[in-house]
Each structure stands twice: as C-alpha cells, then as structure tokens.
Design a protein. Structure first.
Length: 156
C-alpha cells in the first residue's frame, strides 16, 4: 500500500478520534444550543456528519468496492438533517455511530490493493468520485466538523 493511502486511512481514524474529543469538551446541556445565529448546534453538526459518513460516503465507498461505475443518487442533506433533529437522538449514540463507521471504512480500505483506489462512480451533479476521493473527504469532512465543535464548545 502506498504511503498516501496509508495516510488517508490514518486521517479517517484520527479525525474520528478528534471528533470524539471535541464532543467531550462541550459543556453538559449545551449540545442543542447554536453558538451564533445561523450556525449549527453540536447536535445538528453530529446529525449531519453521521448522515453523510454513513449514508453517503460510506455507502458510496462500499458500492465502489463491488460495483463497476455506479451512479450515485443525490442526497438532500437539509431534509434528512431536519427530520433527524426532530428525533433528538442521544449525542453519545451519534458520536459512536460516526466513530464506528469511520473505523469500518478504515478497515475496509486497509486491505484494498492500490490499483482499486481509483475505481470511480458518478454523481449526477458532482461528477466522478473515486474511492480515494471519498476516503479523503471522510477524513477532511470529519476533521472540519471536529474543529467546528471544538470552537462551539468555547462559545456556548
């Protein structure tokens, strides 16, 4: 496995750990408060991230492992986030689902031959997406939201 692919797998694991640490730093009872007008609460951020990691990135990576040139469905993030927010899922459950899914993705990719990382599918609006591209997005997206939650913890 190339050093680049190993680094992507490590980034997936490290970003999940950073997310868990960031959530631990949020004061009790502050998870549903928005830090500023128009910004997401920790709960909204975690719902968004869980949905994207499980139902978009993870699913697309899995399809690329077994399907030739799949076409990915579009995903209405705002609709699903709003519906899931109304269910008030426990914060710990959301974090656990994200961390577990990212570990599963990392395990799947840790045995993937280098020549398979470029397998691609197509999104109707966003174009081609490879396993490598999606793996990079898993780590970057989670790290971005971990930083956001850490900042929110300082503000709320």
């Amino acid at each position: 496995m190339t050093a680049q692919h190993r680094a992507l797998i490590e980034q997936i694991r490290a970003s999940a750990a950073a997310l868990a640490r960031a959530v631990e730093g949020v004061p009790a009872g502050a998870q549903a408060r928005r830090p500023r007008e128009g910004e997401w609460s920790v709960q909204e951020t975690l719902i968004h991230l869980r949905n994207v990691v499980l139902m978009v990135q993870g699913l697309r990576i899995r399809r690329l492992l077994y399907e030739a040139d799949p076409v990915f469905a579009d995903y209405d993030e705002a609709e699903f986030r709003a519906a899931d927010l109304a269910r008030a899922e426990p914060i710990g459950d959301l974090v656990q689902m994200i961390v577990t899914e990212q570990e599963q993705i990392a395990k799947l990719l840790s045995h993937l031959p280098d020549d398979r990382w470029q397998r691609q599918g197509r999104h109707p609006e966003l174009g081609a997406m490879s396993i490598e591209f999606l793996a990079r997005r898993v780590g970057e997206h989670t790290a971005e939201h971990a930083r956001q939650i850490a900042e929110t913890a300082r503000v709320v």
